[in-house]
Design a protein around this ligand. Structure first.
Ligand SMILES: Nc1ncnc2c1ncn2[C@@H]1O[C@H](COP(=O)(O)OP(=O)(O)O)[C@@H](O)[C@H]1O
Ligand SMILES: [Mg+2]
Length: 445
């Protein structure tokens, strides 16, 4: 390793971080590491400085934005954090839509400018593997309505926040390969690595016996499992394992005479009837196609103004790596519908309002909220542990049944945070900022 330039560290800082006097030291920014001369001296109020040669080698633009830490074990100075938000493309359409992927990337970039370290957006095609660099993009706001993505070359990041926006882009070969390669980089940490599959999530969570009571009985859908589940439950939900937005969901209800009533959600609602499991299996084929499905016990959800609702919790890790509720709201299904997704006609209510009407007593409400929070914590920890993956945020759907007991309906790993109508700008902003703060924590800062 060549020696490039010098790093000057103030005596005060050197003492504070336990850095011994030595001629040379390794210095790292993200994926770039170099040897440098080390000079410990008085710096007139500054804590550290880089010579132009070193700044150039490490692609540092404004070193005052970067924090410095020292890793005693590897005897290396680390400047950062460098945070890369991975997306599949950098949309820049005219006419700003605040609920779009583009808007979220712009928000993240703008919030990132105010945090210590450097935050950029990047795509698989912007990486240069030969020198561990990447073309990173930052949004330059020209007016309230207009702006542009401005690019510069940065080191590969300390931490990747995966915001690949869809399952279809996630499945593309170049994106899959890029992710695999990034995850293998030394020093690089990666969070929210992929979309979740409902059947896999069930299998991962059911390993934790504390969660048994909260998870509706679920099986991989086959004609055999369908028949078995119909014997046990009078309402079932058939759901595409890789589905979202309520699309492809089929609700089945058995009436007193044993007739099966089904409602399929696909561009509107389609109603039909079946006589038995085998008939139901055949009649649902047109909706299911060749996709993998789960069959799940239906929960008698509590209703608000006559419609079932569930609670969406944006559960996030904070700057200390601890889980907390980022945002929580109720989604009430459209009249006559049994799926509460906003894209399927559901509407947003505050939990406060719904709980006040349903449970009245403040102590009961407090107890429900604590119960839900503890449940989310167990879900998040078990999911991370059993999948051996790192998640900085999850969108957790909780259904309250008619006895006021919470059930887990679904876990999402890529919750959209710009789609819901906002009750508080502060909460909305903090919910966008938190994953970047968690990223800084993961980087060691
Ligand atoms: N087991 C269930 N019992 C009652 N309602 C359910 C059940 N599963 C799903 N739902 C309803 O359908 C909606 C969508 O289901 P979900 O599992 O979250 O799939 P998606 O990935 O399409 O959002 C839920 O928000 C809820 O309103
Ligand atoms: Mg859902």
């Amino acid at each position: 390793m060549n020696v490039s330039g010098s790093i000057y560290i103030s005596k005060t800082l050197a003492t504070r971080i336990g850095l011994q006097d030595q001629d040379e030291i390794r210095v790292r920014v993200g994926g770039r590491i170099t040897r440098s001369k080390l000079v410990i001296q008085n710096l007139k109020g500054r804590s550290y400085m880089l010579s132009p040669g070193l700044a150039h080698e490490l692609l540092v633009k404004k070193h005052r934005r970067l924090k410095l830490r020292y890793d005693q074990q590897t005897n290396m100075i680390h400047l950062g954090p460098t945070i890369g938000v991975l997306s599949s493309s950098l949309p820049n359409r005219e006419g700003f839509d605040p609920t779009s992927v583009q808007a979220e990337l712009i928000y993240l970039s703008n919030i990132g400018k105010k945090l210590p370290g450097q935050v950029y957006i990047f795509t698989p095609s912007s990486i240069n593997w030969s020198n561990n660099t990447v073309r990173g993009y930052v949004y330059r706001q020209l007016s309230i309505e207009r702006g542009m993505w401005v690019s510069q070359i940065y080191p590969l990041p300390d931490v990747v926040y995966d915001r690949i926006p869809s399952r279809s882009s996630e499945a593309q070969t170049n994106i899959r390969n890029t992710k695999q390669r990034l995850c293998k980089m030394p020093y690089l940490k990666y969070f929210n690595p992929s979309f979740l599959n409902k059947w896999k999530v069930y299998q991962l969570l059911i390993t934790d016996s504390r969660l048994y009571p909260y998870i509706p009985e679920t099986q991989h859908l086959t004609e055999v499992s369908l028949e078995a589940m119909l014997k046990k439950h009078d309402t079932l939900y058939l759901k595409p394992a890789d589905g979202s937005l309520g699309k492809g969901i089929i609700k089945v209800r058995r009436d007193e005479k044993g007739i099966l009533h089904l409602v399929a959600h696909r561009k509107g609602r389609h109603r039909s009837q079946a006589q038995n499991a085998s008939d139901l299996w055949k009649k649902t084929k047109v909706f299911r196609g060749d996709r993998s499905y789960i069959v799940q016990q239906g929960i008698k959800l509590a209703t608000f103004h006559g419609s079932p609702f569930d609670i969406r919790i944006i559960f996030q890790k904070n700057s200390k790596g601890e889980w907390q509720v980022g945002k929580k709201f109720v989604r009430v299904a459209a009249k006559g519908s049994s799926v509460a997704n906003l894209s399927s006609g559901g509407r947003v209510e505050t939990t406060k309002r719904v709980f006040r009407i349903l449970y009245k007593n403040p102590a009961t409400i407090e107890e429900k909220n604590t119960h839900i929070k503890e449940l989310c914590k167990n879900i998040a920890n078990t999911l991370e542990h059993s999948s051996q993956s790192n998640y900085g945020e999850l969108g957790i759907d909780i259904g309250m049944d008619q006895n006021g007991f919470p059930w887990l309906i679904e876990v999402n790993s890529k919750p959209r945070k710009t789609t819901e109508s906002e009750h508080s700008q502060v909460i909305a902003r903090n919910t966008l900022k938190r994953p970047l703060e968690y990223a800084a924590y993961l980087a060691g800062f």
